[in-house]
Design a protein around this ligand. Sequence first.
Ligand code: PRP
Length: 179
Amino acid sequence: MHKDVKEILISEEQINEKCVEMGQIVTDHYKDAQEPIVLVALLKGSVPFLARLINHVDLDMEYDFMDVSSYAGTESSRDIKILKDLDRSIKGVNILLVEDIVDTGHTIKAIIQLLKNKGANDVKVISLLDKPSRREVDVYADFIGFEIPNEFVIGFGLDFNEKYRQLPYIGILKDEVYQ
Ligand code: PRP
């Protein structure tokens, strides 16, 4: 275990099992879809989850990336700046937005709207982690791996100052590292 980790919240084995399970759920959900399916992953945190998940999705599909930064507007909304947009048109496409974590909910709320404005046929969200106690807007992921308590979590894509993303598990960061 990394020296800055207080406790492993979700082990590598639990993540692997969950990705198999979620891959099957995604496959079942879209297996009869007539429209193209594009998984859209938000950089950078969702990369490990996307990589593990797609091994277990048995569908004709594509994946693409977006990078956004959000900055406070009013308390109830955030403005989103697109740093990297999608490479293709998504008109009429079924989008599965891939996230590592839904926290306040501002990010997925803004991105869902943005993808719908681009003409997506349908937008669903899959997130490895959900922290419902932190939610500020009424938004939810359609498929959730683990609901977690309000702890500072790192690993499997999640960072603190860009560090710890490479850890193969989800850990709780020691208080003294960020205080
Ligand atoms: C994190 C995470 C989600 C978002 C969730 O991204 O990957 O995209 O925050 O937070 P919210 O529900 O409060 O909007 P971050 O902006 O830290 O970028 P990163 O993925 O590059 O770490």
